[in-house]
Design a protein around this ligand. Sequence first.
Ligand SMILES: C[S@@+](CC[C@H](N)C(=O)[O-])C[C@H]1O[C@@H](n2cnc3c(N)ncnc32)[C@H](O)[C@@H]1O
Length: 513
Amino acid sequence: MFGRARAHAKKNARSREVIPSTVVACRRMSSLDFGQIPPDTISALHDALVAARFDDDLLHEAEGVAPRLLDPVRLPVVHAWLRARDDAGARIARLFAYADHVETAHVDDALGPALRRQLSEHGVLRQSDDGMRATIRIVPLCGLHIASDPMEAAGDPVMGPGAFTLEMAQLMPVTAGDRVLDVGSGAGSLALVAASRGATSVVGIDLHPRAAAVGRFNARLNGLSAEFLTGDLTAPVAGRTFDLVVAQPPFVVKPDEVAATTYLHGGAEGDELALRLCAELPAIVAPGGRGLVLVETLRDAAGIGSRVGQAVGDAPLVTISLVTPGTSRDLLAIGYASIAHPDLGDAYAAAAGHYWRHLAARDATGTLHVLVDIRAGASRTRPVAVRIDRPSMSGLTAEGLCEIEAGVDLALSSDDELLAATVCLAPGGVVTQSQSLGDGEVSLRLRWPEPVRGEQVLSDAASLVVEVAAAPTHVATIAAAYADATGSTVDEVRARVLAFVRGALASGLLVAR
Ligand SMILES: C[S@@+](CC[C@H](N)C(=O)[O-])C[C@H]1O[C@@H](n2cnc3c(N)ncnc32)[C@H](O)[C@@H]1O
C-alpha cells in the first residue's frame, strides 16, 4: 500500500491500487454515499479501529510482506500472513485494507455485532458467500484512520492514502496555527494530517464530486476539523491565502485510448495539471509561506525546473525542484495498466501497450520524481529557481526540507552575508578514502547513513572544506584555511570558496547553522 513504488506511477511495479485475482471477481463499486453514515456509527467505528490496534505499525508490517511485487501477486500471501496472525487488528486489516472476505463471527469479534449490523445497514459491509466484505477501504496514516473508495473500485474512485501521500505527510512542515490548503485532497488525507499537527484552519479542495463527503467523514472519524470544498484547483478559495499549500496532483500520462480517471491522469504529458497549479500558487501562498507539489514528470530536455519557472512567471518566489529518479517506461506501462485492470487479462495487455506506445511517442524513457517547493520570500524582488538532484526522496522529513530551504536561502545571500555565516557538514556525513588497485589513485567520498543524500566524490579542495566544516564554522574561516593550504591569499581564493560553499549549501552537503 505504501510500498515505495506505489501510487499512480507504480514505481518498480509495487502497487496497492491493484488487488489479487482472488478478489477481482467481485470488484467493489465506488458509489457509497459517505454522507449518509450517522455520526454515532462513525464514532463507534473509530473506537473499534483504535481498540483493535489497527495502526501504522500493523500496516507497516503487512506492507513488509512480499514487497516490490504487484498486488495481484502478493495479496494472497498478505492475506495468509494476516490470517495466521488472526488478532482483531489483522481481521480489520483484511476487511478494510486488503480487500479480503472475513467470516462474520470474526467480524463480530473485531468490531462487535452492533457495529457490524450498523455498518451493514449503511452499505459499508456486505454479506458474501464466503463471509463479509467491506465496500470502503480504511488505512492508518500518521496516527489517523483514512477511509476512501477501494483503490481497485470500478468507476472513478475517491483516492485514499498511497505511498506518495505518506511521503508528502512526512516532509510537509506544519507549524501550530498555520492556515493549510490541500489541493486535490481526495479522501482528505493530507488536510487531516495537517489538522492533527496543530494547523488551525485547514481546507481541502477536490474536483471529484464525492470527495468532499469522504473528507468530512474522515474528519469526523478522527475527531478533527477541516473544511472540504468541491472545485477546480484553487478556484474555490480565490482571494484567500495560506501558510502551507500541499498537493499531490494526478500526474499519470493519458493515452487517447485509455478512459480518464480523476485521481490518476494529469494530461497527455502527465504534468499539465501540476504546472497549472504551480501557476496559481503565487496568488495563494501567504508571505513567508510555501507551496509543495509532489509530482512525477517525463524525463525531457526542457527540464522540470524551467517548466515550473515558466508556470510561476515573474512572481518573486524561490522555487526549489528536488529531483529524484522516477520509474522506467516499461514499469510505468505495467503499473498504470494494472491499476484499471488488476486481473492482468486481455484489457490489461491492451492498456499496457497503449501506455508504452504513448510514452515512446514522446521519447520518454521514464519519469523523474519531483518535489516542487515554492516559497514566498517577503524580501525578494525577482524569481529564483534552484534544482537539487538527490538519489531518493525517502527519509526526507519536514526538518530536512527546512534545512534544505535554509541552505538555499544562505546560498542566495550576498558575498558579505555568506562570509559572515556559519555552516557545517550535513549531520551524519562521513568521509571515506579508497585507493584504486590499478593506478593507485586515491579518491575521497562523502557518505551519509540515510539514502536521501547518497554518496559524493570529493575533490581535494572540497575535502579540505568538508574537513574544516566538520564542526560549525564561519565561511570566512573556511576561506582562510583554504588560502593557507594552497599558499594563496584570502582575496585570491574568496570567489572560488564562496562558489563551492554556495553549491554545497544548495546540494545539501553543507547546512546553515
Ligand atoms: C493523486 S490524488 C491525491 C489525493 C490525496 N491528496 C492523497 O494524497 O491521497 C489526486 C487528487 O486530485 C483530484 N483532482 C484531479 N483534478 C483536479 C482538479 N482539477 N482540481 C482539484 N482536484 C483535482 C483527484 O480527484 C484526486 O483526489
